[in-house]
Design a protein around this ligand. Structure first.
Ligand code: GDP
Ligand code: IMO
Ligand code: MG
Length: 428
């Protein structure tokens, strides 16, 4: 049995899609287990770019791809994505969708928008894809699951009940128009019919594969610092993005996860509001953003940029059980003089090495930086460790030392082949 989980170790967009695609050629199953189409996982294969929102990034090369029960599904987005993949000659018949996954309904998308509107300056900066309200529906036990889409009567009953509640909220609290039953019902029943061919109990499939000693790759969405429990709450997403969430999001025991790869950038980015101690609000930040094209895959928003934060990474390592690191976007620092890395925070005159829960405390934290020399060489063609300049090697060694886990891959460009393997994650 080998289950390798790929989790974002920062605030998302670390390059999980690229690494998942790279590793999935050796996987029997490539699985998405949390989040929804708030995710945008970019994969560059030859001259084509795919932005995966819901479909597992492993669909290109894994034998089978699975959307697990922890994912919230917007059927329209998923069907559009599958159509695009088919148009690019990717076999989508290998996709399986959990019958227990929850469905993002039109009222969830509107509720997300209205909640943000009401919060005004205190908004979360969500992707407005209805993620939070869908997980709210799930937690308050009114969610509509994929299996419900397939049963006409169940769908009608649940939709009726939910619309009564949501329409009350929309008209009486938010002062917005009510939604009509008929159109939503017909559309979502039709979506169910279109998706039915893929729907099954995916937990059984994945557990059986693990029992047969097959490789399973579990792809997390978002990042640890956006985790609903362990992230910078309330500026987080609404699911557990840590490896524990990935286990429950596919229905495998937590003890099945053998290796947890924390994916990180050589620096840090964040989209949306919320604390970001190492943020760079200067020309260096602009330079990183421009060089790396740091604009949101989903919303197109400019990503906030900052230095690598090893305090956040050690927090991520602890709460997500990270056993190995994949570092991406190393190429961005070619031509820089210095690279900074936060080694600790200073809070009210004390050096601390934990991630404060209180946002007020976090606000007062000042990163303690170490400076490392960068390099001038273009490294986008580097194929092995020895192809990297000494300073790049020293930077990588220091990151690994500060986080306390070995590096397994280093990425020097967005393309699949621009990946240096230091240790095979399937062999750990
Ligand atoms: P994800 O959400 O974690 O899958 O990451 P995103 O796809 O949202 O953002 C990562 C971005 O970095 C994408 O545009 C990738 O194509 C790009 N990328 C990934 N690895 C590298 C790398 O090593 N170098 C460069 N220059 N770009 C990379
Ligand atoms: P991937 O998988 C980066 C952020 C949003 C917002 C907060 C809550 O591509 O790394 P939500 O719509 O989830 O309620 O928004 O979380 N966010 C992400 N940021 N990458 C993502 O996914 C994200 N998914 C959500 O910007 O700050
Ligand atoms: Mg992304």
């Amino acid at each position: 049995m080998t289950a390798v989980a790929v989790v974002g170790s920062q605030w998302g967009d670390e390059g999980k899609g690229k690494i998942t695609d790279f590793l999935s050629k050796d996987a029997a199953y490539a699985v998405r287990a949390n989040g929804g189409n708030n995710a945008g996982h970019t994969i560059e294969i030859d001259d084509k770019t795919f932005k995966m929102r819901l479909t597992p990034s492993g669909i290109f090369t894994a034998k089978s791809a699975v959307i697990g029960n922890g994912v919230v599904i917007n059927p329209e987005v998923l069907l559009g994505e599958l159509e695009n993949l088919e148009a690019n000659n990717i076999d989508t018949s290998k996709l399986k969708i959990s019958n227990r996954a929850h469905v993002i309904m039109p009222y969830d998308i509107l509720q997300d928008e209205y909640q943000e509107e009401v919060k005004g300056a205190n908004k979360i900066g969500t992707t407005k894809n209805g993620i939070g309200p869908t997980y709210m529906d799930k937690a308050s036990r009114i969610g509509i699951r994929v299996c419900d889409l397939l049963e006409k009567e169940t769908l009608a009953e649940k939709l009726h009940a939910n619309l009564t509640e949501k329409n009350d909220l929309f008209t009486k609290v938010y002062g917005k128009p009510a939604l009509e039953f008929d159109e939503i019902f017909e559309q979502y029943y039709e979506y169910g019919q279109k998706l039915a061919q893929y729907v099954t109990d995916t937990s059984v499939l994945v557990n059986d594969a693990l029992d047969r000693n097959e490789n399973v790759l579990l792809e997390g969405a978002q990042g640890v610092m956006l985790d609903i429990d362990e992230g910078t709450y309330p500026f987080v997403t609404s699911s557990n993005t840590i490896s524990g969430g990935i286990a429950s999001g596919i229905g495998v025991g937590a003890n099945r996860l053998q290796t947890v790869i924390g994916v990180c950038k050589a620096y840090t980015t964040r989209v949306g509001e919320g604390p970001f101690p190492t943020e760079l609000l200067n020309a260096t930040g602009d330079r990183i953003r421009d060089t790396a094209h740091e604009y949101g895959t989903v919303t197109g928003r400019p990503r906030r940029v900052g230095w690598f934060d090893s305090v956040a990474l050690r927090h991520a390592k602890r709460v997500a059980g990270i056993t190995a690191l994949s570092l991406n976007l190393l190429d961005i620092f070619s031509g820089f003089d210095q690279i900074k890395v936060a080694t600790a925070y200073e809070l009210d005159g004390q050096t601390i090495d934990y991630y404060p829960a209180s946002l007020k405390e976090l606000d007062r934290c000042k990163p303690v930086y170490e400076e490392l020399p960068a390099w001038n060489e273009d490294i986008t063609g580097a194929k092995s460790w020895s192809d990297l300049p000494k300073n790049a090697q020293s930077f990588l060694k220091r990151i690994s030392e500060l986080v306390g886990v070995p590096l397994v891959t280093v990425s020097v460009g967005p393309e699949r082949q621009q990946t240096i393997v230091l240790q095979d994650p399937w062999e750990l």
